[in-house]
Structure formats: C-alpha cells, structure tokens
Design a protein around this ligand. Structure first.
Ligand SMILES: Nc1ncnc2c1ncn2[C@@H]1O[C@H](COP(=O)(O)OP(=O)(O)O)[C@@H](O)[C@H]1O
Ligand SMILES: [Mg+2]
Length: 335
C-alpha cells in the first residue's frame, strides 16, 4: 500500500497585499515540507494561527496548487491526478457554515451523500448510525438554520466521515467547541479510525494537549516549516531532562513582561492578573540548578512567591523550545 500522504519540498507562496508604504511582497506560507503519513495513522499538524496548516491541507485536498514541490495522496499526485484523489478523500474544517437552512440535519447529510454516489439505503444507514454514535440522533429533524455551534460542527464532521474516505482531513475539528463536545468529537474520531486500520486521518489543531491525547504522531509547524515530527511521547521524552516550573508572584507591579527576557527561563505561558496583583508564569530551565538564579532575578523585580510547583514537560513546553516563542505570541506576530 502506498503512503496515505507523501510530500516532498512542498512550497506555496502567497502575495502579501501592499499596505502603509510597504510594497506587495511574496512570502512562503508553506515552505519545503517533507511529510510521510502511513495508512492507519492518526496524524496531527500542530502550530499557531498563521503557521500554514490550512494552506497545506488545501493543497493535499486539491483545492489549491502548490507553487513547487510534490504531494501525493494514496500514491496519486494531487495536481496531475486530482479527480482520483478526490474520490478517496474528504475534508471538514471547524469553522465552516452549515449549508442549506431549510433542510434538516438528516436531509442535508443525505444531499452530500448523493454527491459521493452512495445509494440512499446505504447513505441513510451510515447517517443514522453516526448520528446515534455522536449523540445527534434526537436532533436529526432539526432545520439547519436552527443549529447550535456544537450541532453544526457535529453534522459537518459526520459529512466527512460518512463517505468512508481512505484519507480524511479535519482542519481544526474542535475549534470553538465546549469541553464536552470536544471530548465527544475526539471519541468519535478514535472510533472511526478503529473501524478500519487502513484509514488515515490528518487533523490540524492549535490545542497541543488535544493533539497529545489523540494523535499517533504529530508534526510541529511554524512559519510554514515542519520543525519536529514524532510521536507526542518521543517529543516530550526528548525534553524530559528539562525542569518545568510554574510560579505565582505578587508585587511585580506591571513588570511581569520582564520575565520573558530572563537569560535562563524559557517562558511558555505568562498570565498577569492585575486585579489580584498576581502573575503566573510557566517556564523551563536547562536544569534545576538554574532555579535559584532565576528566583533571585524575580525577587530583584519586586516579585514575592505566592506559589511554586514543578511539572512534567508538555507539548506546549516543547513548542516553545522549538519555535522560540509561545503559541500565543506566535499568533500575535502573524496577525
Ligand atoms: N489566500 C491567501 N492569500 C494571501 N495570504 C494568505 C492566504 N491564505 C492564507 N494566507 C496567509 O498565509 C499564512 C498561513 O495561513 P494558513 O495556512 O491559513 O495558516 P493556519 O491554518 O496555520 O492558521 C498566514 O500568514 C495567512 O495570513
Ligand atoms: Mg487554519
């Protein structure tokens, strides 16, 4: 069996519109990506907003041409063989709208099944089974223009799963969902993968904890490039020697941003709560011995310790090590 997905040197340029005296310029949204995903893999593409995840997915789904490099899905070239690629894939993105307002959930799913050539009997049996499995059966007769965000997202996801694609692409499948529905969604994804070991699923997310829980392997993408690719366990294990701490300080009085400039601390999260007069910062150090120095620099800024705890390394900390900035900061700088 060929790889489910294979890319070599995949690159996509966009033209940035001119603004405020800066002339139009080209930039690489996807920059030389080499990726190989096997049948049976649940693969996560992780990165902040603006990293190039959607652009990469759109190329693999034949919705966008690459500028250079190659991409194959099920051994078929996405440019030269796009018709045959389309027969084997499906794609759902998290934020997409729902469809035709006057149809019910069940009718809308049936309409889409017809675009894929399923018989009505087969389509209805798959649709009803999935509505039931995903906790949407009681809403099957609800009209599209009356759906909550959660119902709409579940319906859109079923639309992707019901055609039993060889490779399914989910772009931010849990975007904006509350914790309960996000959990149901992860369970549904896992169950679908377990039904057939030759399926592959590529999802994107900027929720690192979700990727850790769900994915067999992940690639960390930042500014269009793959910075690391491995199982979540291995990525975390490679940094297990790091000492990760969370500290809450009082008395910093607007100085909390100075913590980011500390020579030893790699800050992965910084939450200032001016009302409480507290700052909580999560950071990693090369080893425990660097802690006293960091604490004395915090004291020099006026910080007094309210709480200090040591933690296991997470993917979030790994991202900071690799990208040199937190997910939140990377998102700010790409705006
Ligand atoms: N059609 C487009 N034209 C120009 N720039 C784009 C276009 N689509 C996306 N971009 C830019 O390309 C970069 C990557 O975007 P995208 O692939 O959507 O990232 P992600 O899905 O990781 O948030 C961003 O800087 C974005 O603003
Ligand atoms: Mg995106």
């Amino acid at each position: 069996m060929p790889p489910a997905i294979r890319t070599q040197g995949l690159t996509r340029l966009y033209r940035k519109a001119p603004r405020r005296g800066v002339p139009a310029q080209e930039f690489r949204a996807v920059d030389g990506v080499d990726l190989e995903i096997q049948p049976g893999e649940l693969f996560g593409l992780l990165g902040p907003n603006g990293a190039g995840k959607t652009t990469l997915i759109k190329i693999l789904c034949t919705l966008l041409f690459p500028t250079s490099g190659t991409a194959e899905v099920c051994g078929l070239d996405v440019v030269k063989d796009c018709e045959r690629v389309r027969e084997r894939i499906n794609m759902v993105s998290g934020g997409e709208p729902s469809g035709y307002g006057l149809l019910t959930i069940r009718e809308q799913l049936w309409v889409f099944s017809q675009l894929y050539g399923l018989s009505t009997a087969e389509a209805m049996s798959r649709i009803d089974r999935m509505l039931d499995q995903y906790g949407l059966a009681k809403d099957a007769g609800t009209k599209i223009n009356r759906l909550s965000t959660g119902m709409r997202q579940k319906m859109n996801l079923i639309r992707g799963f019901m055609t039993a694609p060889s490779v399914l692409f989910l772009d931010e499948p849990t975007l904006g969902l509350d914790a309960h529905i996000a959990r149901q969604t992860r369970d549904f994804i896992r169950a679908w993968m377990a039904e057939d070991r030759t399926r592959a699923l590529l999802l994107t997310t900027h929720y690192l904890a979700e990727a850790h829980e769900l994915c067999d392997r992940v690639a960390i993408i930042h500014q269009g490039r793959i910075r690391a690719c491995d199982t979540p366990e291995n990525l975390v294990a490679a940094h297990r020697g790091d000492a990760v701490f969370e500290i809450t300080l009082s008395g910093l009085d607007g100085q909390s941003e100075a913590l980011r400039r500390d020579p030893d601390m790699k800050v992965s999260r910084l939450d200032a709560d001016p009302a409480a007069g507290h700052t909580t910062v999560r950071f990693s150090l090369a080893d425990d011995a660097a802690l006293p120095g960091a604490l004395s620099r915090m004291a020099a800024l006026g910080g007094r310790i309210v709480n200090l705890s040591k933690h296991e390394v997470t993917l979030e900390d790994v991202f900071v090590k690799i990208a040199g900035q937190t997910i939140a900061d990377a998102e700010k700088s790409s705006e």
